[in-house]
Design a protein around this ligand. Structure first.
Ligand SMILES: Nc1nc2c(ncn2[C@@H]2O[C@H](COP(=O)(O)OP(=O)(O)OP(=O)(O)O)[C@@H](O)[C@H]2O)c(=O)[nH]1
Ligand SMILES: [Mg+2]
Length: 418
């Protein structure tokens, strides 16, 4: 299938049009569509009927013949009537960015939850477009809804979709309740959470696997990492122990600009875990010429998630093939890093330890009466749950700041040799 990409560049558009179209090309290629040419128009706002203006549409029609194009791919979500109008005028198939993303998500989903979320988003997208999308579905793969043509069939399809939507919503609600319980339990258990977030293909899953390797995790605990957009579509949690400190490492779905609006909800749901993180590792692809645009997309999502106040380290990943050795994040904690050369892996682990090592430790201590100065230190610096004068000294059940613990270690009843 030979495609022509069509975009518009709006005034004050936060996304660079070249970047956005390059990304659209990767999305199309992920579905084995060959991109032959790109075109865009500067506009104040999209044309309500045909997205681009009529002059541009004429240029597009000429290009269709010149390049032997089979499909037009638009860089934004089009309304059903825009698709219909453009198809009528150009006489070829029209798809949009949302449709591409939904198709990729559909092909890549690995867990039941992500499968249902994508199915829901796709059904919601299809509902108003049911009639003319059935044929497209068959051509691009994945199968249509049901066979048949005509108004009655359209109504049947729509009813089928509505029933499906209700059923999926119920099932998702049930799954999400279970997930919230697990998150709650983790919070109660107080295992610190470290979340890897970042643009799609930045290297989050590879970084997760590097850390799992370092911590001696079993091979089956590893996550899928691949050179493709949206390799990871759900959140994956792995408990890790490093230097005797436990923490939960969380791999997340990759971010992307202009997400289909039906997917946004489930996308945010998937990222719920990030809100509870004690540390966010924001993974950046230093080899991408679009690192700044990608950074902005991720920062915006974190802001919408209310996760922008969580301590964050910016990881300039793929430093082995950076195209700009002067990259920096002024005023923020950042690290040049590579999964390939393992450059700064130890530094990364030290930063993680800083955030996941508990700041206090609850201990049962027996201080001999001869060590009045130590008892005094506890009285002044520790939260005391219980205190008792016993035969050999003062017993404390107390919360000791980690930094002071070594002073009391030999009086800890749990570690004392009797
Ligand atoms: N050269 C180089 N390649 C890397 C590095 N880290 C990751 N990669 C490659 O980058 C590609 C994407 O890596 P992933 O870890 O799957 O990326 P991700 O951020 O999890 O992507 P999504 O799950 O799609 O959001 C893979 O081909 C990795 O081998 C690195 O430090 N250097
Ligand atoms: Mg991944």
């Amino acid at each position: 299938m030979r495609a022509l990409l069509v975009g518009i560049s709006l005034e004050n558009d936060p996304y660079d049009i070249d970047y956005s179209l390059a990304e659209l090309k990767s999305l199309a290629e992920a579905l084995d569509i060959e991109v032959v040419e790109k075109m865009y128009q500067k506009l104040e706002r999209p044309n309500a009927k045909t997205y681009v203006g009529s002059g541009k549409l004429n240029e597009i029609i000429i290009a269709i013949h010149a390049y032997d194009i089979d499909v037009l791919i638009f860089n934004d979500e089009l309304s059903p009537s825009q698709i219909r109008n453009i198809e009528e005028l150009t006489k070829i198939e029209v798809i949009d960015r949302s449709y591409l993303i939904l198709k990729i998500f559909e092909q890549r989903s690995q867990t039941k939850e992500s499968y249902l979320e994508i199915k829901l988003a796709k059904d919601l997208y299809l509902l108003p477009r049911v009639q003319f999308l059935r044929e497209k579905e068959d051509r691009i793969g994945g199968g249509g809804l049901t066979k048949g043509k005509g108004e009655t069939q359209k109504e049947l399809d729509q009813r089928h979709l509505r029933n499906e939507i209700v059923r999926i919503k119920d099932e998702l609600e049930r799954l999400q309740k279970m997930k919230s319980l697990q998150v709650e339990k983790r919070k109660r258990n107080d295992i610190p959470i470290v979340a890897l977030v970042g643009y799609t293909n930045a290297g989050k899953s590879t970084t997760m696997n590097t850390i799992l390797d370092l911590c001696g995790a079993k091979e089956e605990k590893k996550v899928l990492s691949k050179d493709q957009l949206f390799a990871t579509l759900s959140t994956f949690n792995r408990k890790v122990t490093y230097n005797k400190v436990d923490f939960m490492l969380v791999d997340t779905i990759g971010f992307v600009s202009k997400l289909p609006h039906n997917l946004i909800n489930s996308f945010y749901q998937t990222l719920e875990e990030v809100k509870n993180a004690d540390l966010i590792i924001h993974v950046l692809d230093s080899s991408s010429p679009y690192i700044n645009s990608q950074l902005m997309v991720v920062l915006n999502v974190l802001y919408s998630l209310n996760a922008n106040k969580i301590p964050t380290i910016y990881l300039f990943n793929k430093w082995d093939k950076t195209i700009n050795p002067n990259l920096s994040m002024p005023g923020a904690k950042s690290l040049y890093y590579s999964n390939k050369t393992k450059e700064n892996l130890n530094e990364l682990m030290n930063i993680i330890l800083e955030y996941v090592t508990p700041s206090t430790i609850r201990s049962k201590i027996l201080i001999p009466y001869s060590k009045g100065d130590l008892a005094n230190l506890i009285e002044v610096n520790c939260h005391i749950y219980e205190k008792e004068y016993q035969a050999y000294g003062t017993y404390y059940d107390c919360e000791i700041p980690m930094k002071m613990y070594s002073i009391f270690h030999e009086y800890d009843l749990d570690t004392m040799v009797s």
